[in-house]
Design a protein around this ligand. Structure first.
Ligand code: SF4
Length: 264
């Protein structure tokens, strides 16, 4: 009799234990599901606010893929010297390179030196660069910068970031374009709208402002790749990784990319 009671009790105990296990199992799988949802589109180990896609091996793989796709990427603003590139870059703010090239084709025939731009007639120059937009401010920047170059730098575009930043209308992006493309000086990474979008999609940075994005990129991209990397990312942004509907099926970075914007 006693043995029978003992058996019944242990059976009940086992059933209770099994029920508890099932309950716990459901809870555990729910936790996993929630976790999976919360981290979707993020690299393993990623935490909010910190880009986890910056593992050196992954960065090297991205650079190799960009080299493969765009071995000859370069600045698409037409220019014959550093000064022309500086003027074109100032004009390119909020404007396409194609439009700037159309405007500068005539502009550089008329204004052939920094002196010519420095002492131009503002109203005339405004009309000539009008198609690039924001023409009043751009006229002020082009003339002011040209004047500084003539009067403080003997007519030559300076070769350091510090000096470049003393020119009116010149910030880090413009300085990086000119120093990198015209002089081959790696002063930083050009951070334009394409570089902002792509470096975030590729989880190379979690920042939104150009200053911090540039710092993040400079920390993970080898210095000898800074110039080329900027051009390649801009080319990729213009040809494949569009802001809206990126062409992910044609993207050779697709396997390395886990952006939530992906279209495949
Ligand atoms: S896979 Fe798509 S989102 Fe990712 S880099 Fe390529 S084009 Fe851009």
């Amino acid at each position: 009799m006693a043995a029978k009671k003992k058996l019944k009790a242990s059976k009940k105990k086992a059933e209770k234990k099994a029920k508890r296990r099932v309950k716990a199992g459901i809870k555990a799988s729910a936790t996993v599901k929630n976790k999976t949802r919360a981290t979707a589109g993020r690299a393993p180990g990623a935490t909010a606010g910190k880009a986890a896609g910056t593992d050196p091996k992954r960065v090297a793989a991205i650079l190799a893929k960009l080299d493969e796709a765009y071995p000859e990427a370069t600045c698409e603003l037409k220019h014959e010297n550093a000064f022309q590139l500086l003027v074109s870059t100032i004009l390119s703010a909020q404007c396409t390179d194609v439009r700037v090239n159309q405007v500068t084709q005539e502009l550089f025939k008329k204004y052939t030196t920094p002196q010519a731009f420095a002492y131009a007639t503002p109203a005339e120059l405004e009309q000539e660069i009008r198609p690039t937009g924001f023409f009043r401010n751009k006229t002020k920047s082009v003339m002011g910068t040209s004047k500084e170059i003539v009067e403080k730098f003997s007519g030559d575009v300076p070769r350091t970031m510090e000096e470049m930043l003393t020119l009116p209308g010149v910030a880090r992006k413009t300085a990086n374009v000119v120093l990198g493309t015209a002089y081959g000086i790696a002063s930083g990474v050009v951070v334009d709208t394409h570089v902002i979008r792509l470096s975030r999609r590729l989880d190379l940075t979690r920042h939104e402002d150009p200053k911090n994005i540039e710092q993040d990129l400079m920390a993970i991209i080898p210095k000898d790749k800074w110039i080329q990397f900027s051009h390649q990312l801009i080319w990729h942004g213009r040809r494949v990784c569009f802001a809206r509907k990126p062409k992910c099926v044609e993207c050779n970075l697709e396997k390395l990319c886990y952006s939530k914007d992906k279209t495949v």
